[in-house]
Write a protein that binds this ligand. Structure first.
Ligand code: FAD
Length: 397
């Protein structure tokens, strides 16, 4: 596939670049792959999403009748690349945009698409993903939250955990068990739940960074209209796979450019450490380590291109996303670890200390990156997907 811009795409790229350079918010701290939680950042990113939407740069390849721009996946990818180039932050409703909307577009009724997609785009309604439970993370199909039909409603009882942005969300992509007697993958339904419904309780969980991006959620006799069922009753597993494949795939394209930026910052940090005369590793070791990171980022780029050309030819995100997920999450940990090696004794100093390197960015990055190999499916689970579904190896036990 020819990945160079056509004249029309080059014109779109130039327009996007001009707009982003003039409008991207400045002065936000680099939080890597963390989600916004403090009040100021939430405000800035809400405003940022609305401006992206008003300027016609959100839902670029989604149908116009639901608020999208009706352009192609290629223009969408160009815009993501340009966003990363100017280091613009992701809009606030990241989960709604990357997972909720693509799932509704694929499985929703006409009424659901018209009801939900425009408000995801305009940031009027923030979304969270209620999949994991205390007893079902990797083995997601073991989930126990129950929904029972009562006339025109489902009545939901149960508990979810690790729900990112649950405390800000207006809506939740919720997986529930609707047939406890069916084999576990066949008794699940996917329901869109209004987080303001009576009986929904959200309690924050603190991470090792000190922040609380995610939450526990409790559902106590929560009534949800039956029209909020997404896809078939008891057929929610197939719908959930769409969400999971989008979760792992959408990250990969824009992520490559973000890793290039991190690579450049890391090379600059190494230069500073060597010039200071106090670098804890020799220049040769620094060069070798950086060269390996460069190779890793380049391989990510070609993987992203391969996945992307498959999508452009009409495919849907598939298990290939597991390779990218594994690569970026483990690379992020290694890059942050190396930054702290370069920092020497100052690695112990975090944000706010006058002697911290880059105001504690790398220290925060290392702590936050531990979660990267757990969220969206752990590295062990990704390796099993690659082994079984891509390499065709026998199923493990
Ligand atoms: C920062 C962060 C944000 C998150 N956000 C959300 C969210 O918004 N919504 C949501 O629903 N969930 C979210 N999660 C939850 C995440 O999806 C789960 O933590 C993840 O799927 C792992 O499940 P678990 O924590 O129950 O661990 P477990 O499944 O109990 O796994 C424990 C360990 O056993 C290993 N293991 C388990 N099964 C196997 C197997 N078959 N083969 C080999 N090894 C195995 C795992 O790799 C892991 O090392 C988030 C998690 C994090 C860290």
């Amino acid at each position: 596939m020819d990945l160079s811009d056509s004249p029309k795409e080059a014109e779109f790229r130039a327009r996007a670049r001009r707009w982003l350079e003039a409008n991207a918010p400045r002065g936000l701290k680099d939080r890597g792959f963390a989600l916004a939680i403090d009040e100021r950042t939430v405000r800035i990113l809400t405003d940022w999403q609305r401006r992206l939407y008003d300027a016609g740069f959100l839902g670029i390849n989604w149908p116009k009748e639901y608020g999208g721009q009706g352009l192609t996946l290629i223009e969408s990818a160009i815009f993501n690349e340009e966003m990363a180039r100017v280091r613009a932050p992701a809009p606030l409703n990241e989960l709604g945009l990357s997972m909720g909307a693509p799932t509704i577009l694929e499985h929703g009724t006409e009424a659901q698409k018209k009801r939900f997609i425009p408000k995801i785009l305009s940031c009027e309604e923030i979304w969270c993903q209620g999949f994991s439970e205390p007893g079902s993370g990797s083995d997601l199909a073991a989930l126990a939250t129950r929904a029972v039909i009562d006339g025109d409603h489902f009545i939901i009882n149960g508990q979810k955990v690790w729900t990112s942005l649950g405390h800000l969300a207006d809506w939740c992509m919720l997986l529930v068990r609707t047939d406890p007697d069916a084999p576990k993958h066949r008794g699940i339904s996917y329901i869109l739940v209004d987080m303001h419904s009576p009986g929904v309780k959200v309690a924050p969980l603190r991470q090792m960074t000190g922040e609380a991006e995610f939450n526990q959620m409790f559902f106590d006799d929560v009534r949800v209209p039956r029209e909020n069922l997404l896809g078939p009753l008891n057929g929610g597993w197939g719908v959930a796979l769409t969400t999971l494949m989008n979760e792992r795939a959408t990250l990969s394209l824009a992520t490559v450019m973000r890793f290039r930026n991190v690579f450049e910052d890391l090379a600059e940090l190494a230069r500073r450490a060597i010039a200071s005369g106090g670098c804890p590793v020799s220049p040769a070791v620094a060069r070798q380590t950086l060269a390996q990171f460069y190779v890793d980022v380049e391989s990510m780029k070609y993987l992203a291109y391969r996945n992307f050309s498959r999508l452009v030819r009409g495919g849907t995100p598939g298990p290939e996303g597991s390779i990218s997920k594994l690569l970026w999450s483990e690379l992020n940990q290694r890059m942050n670890e190396f930054a702290l090696t370069l920092a020497g004794p100052r690695a112990a100093l975090g944000e706010g200390s006058p002697h911290a390197i880059d105001d504690g960015r790398w220290q925060y990055g290392l702590l936050r990156s531990r979660g990267n190999t757990i969220e969206e499916g752990t590295s062990e689970v990704q390796r099993s997907i690659i082994a079984e579904r891509l390499l065709g190896l026998p199923k493990g036990y």
